[in-house]
Design a protein around this ligand. Structure first.
Ligand SMILES: Cc1cc2nc3c(=O)[nH]c(=O)nc-3n(C[C@H](O)[C@H](O)[C@H](O)COP(=O)(O)OP(=O)(O)OC[C@H]3O[C@@H](n4cnc5c(N)ncnc54)[C@H](O)[C@@H]3O)c2cc1C
Length: 414
């Protein structure tokens, strides 16, 4: 029977970052994963470290957009009809959180955590000898419709008030950054301080290697074996039981079911998303991720080719994949960028773990002494993994948290 200071359940980018930040404080840590480290949601994201985030994604305010989604004519969103009754309460809460006043509140609440995202990754990547994956080239959002661009005004004003650097560009300005883009958009916004990685999976593996170098262990086991012992918690692994006074739950899209077993019912849902890789035609390439905002997909240069990631799909986490969005997206993407042939033969599916206010839960699990939660990172699990780890590590080691943890408390839902 092994005894450690802390068990971390879930080896995605969030759990691995938490384990690493704890090990850096000198704690002995066991990171327990049932599949391969970094092979689930953290594998296939768009690779953007979105330190620039101001407003989270919103429920559509425009009835015409909502109608297009309802009629399944929208490229940015999809849904399974049979799943709607189940997710309806969550969607209503998401709509409430999308009201203009709430968005401005959210922007201010989340800024300190997001501000730390790029520097925290940079520090961990350097320590892990993995800086080669990091690109500090920002990200570019292009806007095909005047109305969408004008609709950004409030968000850009809030960004300016917060002192966030951004550049609004015309077509030529955007093409100066990304010469392969065709002039199918009149406006773009460049966020120079966002960063991206060329292989999110390798980043998680690099953090796991660093964890092991600091004495942490990575074990294969099922989180559902977690149970209370007199002096804390025990989880069963392939190498036997592991005991610890503290456990951190970082189970990504599986967290909702898991915490419900401990009587914690939080408004948790998943927004599914897909990716495919393509080659660029001829010499066409990208230096940074590009969001085609009106069509609702992202293209990011990765080691495997140009990764195209979709917007959201509301469906049960484990329902069969329905990558219908690509049929609408790919022809539109070809208008913007000279996509060549597919660079893979599979479509990847992942599930963003989300709370309706778009803020993760980072902190104590209510009513469960010695249990901590690092869950619900939605569109920003890669972005916020290292910062989440730092915040949890501050709290678990009774240091003054580097930012105010109050916006991330689970109690906001109880
Ligand atoms: C299409 C798409 C694009 C995205 N783009 C971006 C982006 O550009 N930037 C960004 O910041 N974020 C992005 N995201 C979101 C980001 O990928 C997620 O927020 C993040 O990966 C969540 O990390 P996690 O560690 O919480 O979850 P996961 O990576 O899913 O890790 C959870 C781990 O728990 C393990 N697990 C589950 N159950 C058990 C069990 N019973 N026992 C043991 N282990 C278990 C799983 O195997 C898994 O490895 C995107 C997501 C999608 C789907």
């Amino acid at each position: 029977m092994a005894r450690t200071d802390a068990i971390v359940l879930g080896g995605g980018v969030v759990g691995t970052s938490v384990a690493l930040q704890l090990a850096k404080r000198g704690l002995s840590v066991a990171l327990v994963e049932r599949a391969g480290l970094g092979e689930q949601t953290s594998f296939g994201n768009a690779g953007i470290i979105e330190g620039n985030t101001v407003f989270p994604p919103t429920f559509p305010a425009d009835p015409r957009r909502l109608l297009r989604i309802a009629l399944k004519r929208a490229s940015e969103a999809n849904y399974h009809l049979s799943f709607l009754p189940k997710v309806l309460p969550w969607l209503l809460a998401f709509r409430a959180a999308s009201q203009p006043k709430r968005l401005i509140e959210t922007a201010h609440l989340i800024r300190p955590l997001f501000a730390s995202a790029v520097p925290e990754h940079e520090a961990l990547l350097q320590e892990a000898g993995a800086s080669q994956y990091l690109r500090k080239t920002g990200w570019l959002k292009v806007f095909r419709h005047e109305t969408t661009f004008q609709g950004l005004r409030r968000e850009l004003d809030v960004a300016a008030e917060m002192g966030l650097p951004l550049r609004t560009l015309d077509t030529a300005g955007a093409q100066a950054l990304e010469p392969s883009l065709a002039p199918v958009f009149p406006h773009a916004v460049f966020w120079p301080e966002a960063a991206s990685v060329s292989n999110p999976f390798r980043v998680t593996l690099a953090y796991a290697s660093r964890l092991r170098a600091l004495g942490g262990v990575t074990l294969s086991g099922d989180a559902r074996t977690l149970h209370r012992k007199a002096q804390g918690w025990r989880v069963e692994t392939d190498q036997g039981g592991v005991d610890a006074p503290e456990v951190v739950i970082a189970l990504g899209p599986w967290a909702g079911d898991f915490i419900a077993q401990f009587g914690l019912r939080l408004p948790f849902a998943v927004k599914r998303g897909y990716h495919r890789h393509f080659r660029g035609k001829g010499n066409a390439g990208l230096a940074r991720p590009v969001l085609d905002a009106d069509v609702g997909y992202c293209i990011t240069p990765m080691e495997m080719g140009i990764r195209m990631t979709t917007g959201v799909e509301f469906a049960a986490r484990d329902a069969a994949p329905t990558p219908d969005q690509f049929e609408r997206i790919v022809p539109r993407a070809r208008e913007l960028f000279p996509l060549g042939e597919r660079a893979d033969d599979k479509t990847w599916l992942g599930a963003r773990p989300c709370f309706p206010d778009s803020r993760p839960v980072i902190g104590h699990a209510p009513g469960q002494s010695g249990m901590w939660l690092a869950i619900g990172h939605a569109h920003w699990g890669l972005t916020l993994g290292p910062s989440t780890g730092r915040l949890i590590a501050d709290m678990m080691t009774a240091q003054t948290p580097f930012i105010d943890p109050a916006p991330y408390r689970a109690e906001r839902f109880l």
